[in-house]
Design a protein around this ligand. Structure first.
Ligand SMILES: *[C@@H]1O[C@H](CO)[C@@H](O)[C@H](O)[C@H]1NC(C)=O
Length: 296
């Protein structure tokens, strides 16, 4: 697994090195970013992947059983958008973007308040995961789908890390109206710390890929956010801010939509019916940021 991943990185780097430079301002269809640090988990979906591959351990990069409505398979939840282009660290010849969707059936266990579908990397164990030690950076790019728009009157978790005892999330990457924080803009992507304090935000763009990276230092208890749009190189947009990263647990990537009109968000509240919402993802991976390594 490890050596084949390294082979993939080398191959991706080789492709980038020989790519013909394109004129500035052209609408890039392929990502030109190269992964330069050792991969811990690679969530970049291969170009040949079929939807049914998400349903079994042998063929999915993710846990096929979680975190989703029981009546759904991941092949019902995931879509392959036709014309999204490639995110920054995806190579069109090797990878393709994927969309995570929610519907009225996206009820996990008895959590009737939420609509949720969250991918977990295979191997990202709740305790002692390699991705919760040392210094790790999670990379992800998102693209808005106007056909399956999120309703920004609600609060959405899109990428987050939940502690092993489920008592807190070390960080949340969110959209929409954060419950109890009406002072925050709705139409932004936001990074919140463990105390649900916003540490950074940027407007949601409706046509461009937006690229994010969050470095978690599990030794120093800090997190740092990087951002770019389109095919631009990532830039640091926060310092390494203090955050309690303890407690292990797992990353989750997808959509968790909270209800409105309740204080019991897990079990109650309002969700409109005939839901058809989604968010497109690409360039998803976790790299080892020991010695300050980060792919920009
Ligand atoms: C968006 O959510 C609000 C709050 O739940 C709801 O009143 C509204 O009808 C929703 N809009 C759409 C288009 O579903």
């Amino acid at each position: 697994m490890h050596s084949s991943l390294m082979g993939l990185v080398a191959a991706a780097a080789a492709v980038v090195a020989t790519a013909v430079p394109r004129p500035p301002h052209s609408h890039a269809v392929a990502g030109t970013g190269a992964v330069k640090c050792p991969l811990v988990f690679d969530g970049r979906v291969k170009a040949a992947t079929e939807l049914s591959d998400f349903d079994s351990y042998g063929t999915s990069l993710f846990n096929p059983d979680y975190v989703k409505g029981q009546s759904l398979k991941w092949s019902d939840i995931i879509k392959f958008p036709a014309s999204a282009g490639s995110a920054r660290f995806d190579d069109a010849a090797q990878h393709k973007p994927f969309e995570v969707t929610i519907s009225d059936s996206s009820i996990f266990q008895t959590q009737k308040g939420f609509r949720r579908a969250g991918l977990q990397f295979q191997g990202d164990t709740n305790n002692d995961s390699p991705a919760t030690k040392g210094i790790k950076t999670i990379h992800f790019s998102v693209k808005w789908d106007a056909q399956r728009a999120l309703n920004l009157s609600h609060e959405y978790l899109n990428v987050w890390h939940e502690a092993a005892d489920y008592s807190a999330n070390q960080f949340n990457f969110e959209a929409g109206a954060i419950l109890g924080q009406s002072g925050l803009a709705r139409d932004t992507w936001k990074v919140l710390d463990r105390k649900n304090k916003q540490i950074w935000s940027t407007p949601i763009l409706k046509t461009d890929w937006q690229n994010f990276a969050i470095t978690l230092d599990f030794n120093k208890n800090t997190l740092q956010v990087y951002y770019s749009k389109g095919d631009d190189a990532l830039k640091s947009v926060t310092s390494a801010v203090s955050n309690d990263n303890s407690g292990g647990g797992q990353y989750q990537i997808g959509i968790l939509k909270k209800p409105t009109g309740t204080s019991d968000v897990v079990n109650a509240g309002y969700q409109e019916s005939r839901l058809n919402e989604g968010l497109i993802y690409g360039s998803l991976f976790i790299e080892d940021s020991a010695s300050a390594c980060i792919s920009l």
